[in-house]
Design a protein around this ligand. Structure first.
Ligand code: 7TS
Length: 412
């Protein structure tokens, strides 16, 4: 009997995620690396198969049945994403993922930065929301400043109010930390940014998969996220941008499909969102993402959020019973998501991940692409268990037993 305290029908859900029903090293697979990438339900896999078997054709080109169907489905996927986050169709650009979405912004917005202008990030960013800005800052002689974190792993809002000034042109913040699991007060930070006429970008890679998001409510200017972390295919992601801002921005990639007219000397740009989607896009990825959104909506993002809160509370409670185990990030389940980084004194995170793997448990061990944050925490690596809505309370129990076993192996 699956330990399902809330309304999710986990027995039914887990049948859709066929990959979970397998054994690894002779044990039931316990997949706890969802912050890296999520698993895909059969509905998404079948949508990908159907596309290639039934209507594979390029979009926006052919005046024939297959291309019209392919175009319709690809555009429909944009509409589904728009509704999912409270945006309009023209505001949804498909990219390869969060990384590409942020690179697009850094390249396009970065051109307007002047020497002395400031970009404000936080100390808990993933490398993909640091490195593109560093490169642009170097090129434009701009400065990067970081909002610090407290000892509880939360953003220091008082410090943010001092760091964001009239010199700030761009504020880019992770909605949820992929290491600490902290949910950041993006609405408040956005307000501070806008008070100083700075653009406000939200990295939603770890929030959009796990909670109901509305861009109007947050009032962010841009939101970046990845399809593969929200049961969609890899290689597809989203950049949301306010229409009036996207209209003023220059494209990131140039070529086919993003143009209105081309002469030997000059070109003009297509309407939104196509101005930012040069070349043959990831058509099947987009369609698969649309089906992933259908699936998430059928369960309900609020239901997913509530269920994950329960699993977070249970996992935190059980992990804290293990001696010499340090948890990074807030201990209050209301302030975080079900991504929990930890270390066990005397066991390197890589060794812990290897021993857990022998028990069929997949966790990530390493720096989680957040090296500056790891340095701040005074560690080089941590183990990280990240749960999604298809994980069960038994998965938490398996993790706890696995960690206890690792301690025995290391004679701790
Ligand atoms: N931003 C955050 C907050 C992330 O967690 C990640 C990926 C990215 C951006 C980049 O997303 P991508 O889809 O473009 O790669 N985070 C992780 C992780 O925590 N483990 O593997 C990838």
């Amino acid at each position: 009997m699956l330990n399902n305290k809330l309304s999710l029908n986990l027995e039914k859900i887990r049948k859709d995620f066929v990959i979970l029903n397998q054994k690894v090293h002779g044990h039931r697979l316990v997949y706890l690396d969802n912050a890296s990438t999520s698993q895909k339900p059969i509905q998404v896999i079948e949508a990908i198969n159907n596309y290639y078997q039934e209507y594979n054709a390029n979009v926006h080109r052919g005046i024939y049945e297959l291309s019209e169907k392919s175009t319709h489905q690809y555009e429909l996927a944009h509409r589904k994403v728009a509704v999912f986050i409270g945006a309009s169709f023209e505001e949804i650009i498909f990219t390869r993922g969060t990384t590409e979405s942020i690179n697009l912004l850094a390249y396009s917005l970065g051109q307007n930065l002047k020497p002395g202008d400031e970009i404000v990030l936080t100390q808990m960013e993933h490398h993909s929301n640091i490195v593109p800005w560093q490169e642009i800052a170097k090129r434009q002689s701009a400065q990067i400043k970081y909002i610090p974190i407290t000892s509880e792993g939360e953003l220091d809002l008082d410090a943010a109010k001092k760091i964001i000034t009239d010199k700030t042109k761009i504020v880019s913040v992770a909605h949820v930390s992929n290491v600490l699991g902290t949910i950041n007060p993006v609405k408040e930070i956005g307000q501070i940014a806008h008070n100083h006429n700075a653009l406000f970008i939200v990295d939603g890679a770890q929030s959009v998969p796990n909670m109901a998001i509305n861009v109007k409510e947050i009032n962010c200017d841009f939101l970046a996220f990845s399809g593969h972390k929200m049961i969609g295919p890899t290689g597809i992601g989203v950049l949301y941008g306010k229409k009036d801002l996207l209209e003023k921005m220059s494209p990131f990639l140039y070529g086919g499909d993003m143009i209105r007219e081309v002469s030997f000397q000059n070109s003009s740009w297509n309407c939104l969102p196509w101005k930012f989607e040069a070349g043959t896009p990831n058509i099947v990825g987009g369609i698969g993402l649309g089906i992933a959104i259908d699936y998430l909506k059928q369960i309900g993002m609020k239901e997913i959020e509530d269920y994950e809160k329960e699993i977070t509370a249970y996992a935190l409670k059980r992990l804290q019973t293990i001696e010499d185990l340090v948890i990074y990030g807030p201990k209050d389940p209301e302030k975080r998501i079900a991504t929990i980084s930890f270390n066990v004194k005397g066991i390197h995170a890589h060794d812990l991940a290897t021993i857990l793997d022998r028990e069929g448990i997949a966790v990530r061990g390493g720096h989680h692409c957040a090296m500056p944050l790891m340095n701040l925490l005074g560690i080089t690596a941590s183990a990280r268990a990240s749960f999604y809505f298809y994980n069960t309370f038994e998965d938490v129990d398996a993790l706890i037993e696995g960690i206890k076993k690792a301690k025995k192996v290391f004679k701790l």
